[in-house]
Write a protein that binds this ligand. Structure first.
Ligand SMILES: [Zn+2]
Length: 303
């Protein structure tokens, strides 16, 4: 943002006293210089405040806020710290670029953050009735009707540009009568391909199941069904491509080296430990689970 003071500070067009910097945030001393070490942590990318900051980005910003606060405690002789942030002009946000204040604190330092607001006339019960809400998204995500006699994975990969920034997502559905819960997983890579993300989705799903086995939450080596919309992944198993590649020293029928050997080898070793049935689903249609996986995968690069 052109006229934003904090954007100018991040770019170095306006000078500041830097405390810390990483790929996501820039942290500097508040010009007020009121409390010793009063630090402002701002995302390098311009967001007005929490209301328009994507969840995943916010997670990274908060991790940096914690890192800076912990540095004050671990390395600078403080015992604790306050963090706070204002969202919206009515909430006293002065600079409309998301920022978190950090006040390093010591016992009896004379700083008084908490203010006595008196008492509300309404009871807590009344207020909670007025304010209570449930997250609609979490409520709708009930996958239990998709569970089957064996463990099931739904997986998807996606890329913005090919190659480009990509993500993968999946849903693990434990077999019927299992005490385990359905579970989502996702991840991504800044420079990858669609096919690699499709492969990663299956690999991470099978690893998730393996982790549960290692921790004793389920029996080892049970069958898994994998639903994927990737012909590349499904056909490699169902049309014997993989076995042929292996036999030919990882050369394709055209003679060239097979792409993504690293991931194919990893996937192959995972599928050798159990029966894995691959089922091709139509992508981006009305399969709720496939759509959910797609949303998880694309969320990685949409932010
Ligand atoms: Zn800005």
């Amino acid at each position: 943002m052109k006229d934003c003071l904090f954007c100018k500070i991040v770019k170095g067009d306006v000078s500041s006293y830097k405390v810390y910097e990483d790929e996501n945030v820039y942290a500097f001393l508040d010009v007020a210089n009121d409390v010793y070490g009063h630090t402002l942590v701002v995302p390098k990318k311009h967001y007005e405040n929490l209301m328009d900051c994507p969840d995943r980005t916010l997670g990274k910003i908060m991790a940096s806020v914690k890192k800076i606060g912990n540095h004050f405690v671990n390395d600078c002789g403080f015992e604790g710290y306050n963090t706070f942030n204002n969202n919206g002009k009515s909430a006293e946000q002065a600079i409309m670029h998301l920022h978190f204040h950090i006040y390093p604190r010591k016992t009896n330092d004379g700083i008084k953050i908490s203010q006595d607001f008196g008492k509300q006339e309404k009871s807590l019960e009344e207020i909670s009735k007025e304010l209570y809400f449930e997250d609609e998204k979490t409520e709708k995500l009930d996958f239990s009707s998709y569970r089957e006699e064996c463990d099931v994975l739904y997986t998807d990969g996606a890329c913005s540009g090919n190659p480009g920034k990509g993500g993968y997502g999946g849903v693990y559905l434990p077999k019927l009568n299992s005490n385990l819960e359905c579970q989502e997983f996702s991840g991504g890579d800044d420079n990858t391909t669609n096919n690699r993300m499709e492969l990663m989705a299956v690999i991470e799903g099978l690893k998730l199941i393996e982790d549960k086995e290692e921790s004793g939450f389920k029996e080892k080596g049970e069958k898994v069904k994998v639903y994927s919309d990737s012909a590349y992944v499904v056909n490699a198993f169902n049309q014997n491509w993989l076995n042929n590649w292996k036999k030919n020293g990882w050369r394709s029928s055209g003679g060239g080296e097979v792409l993504n050997i690293d991931l194919w080898k990893e996937l192959l070793s995972l599928t050798e430990k159990r029966e894995v049935e691959f089922i091709k689903v139509k992508g981006h249609s009305d399969n709720a689970l496939n759509n959910r996986c797609d949303a998880l995968a694309t969320s990685y690069y949409k932010e």
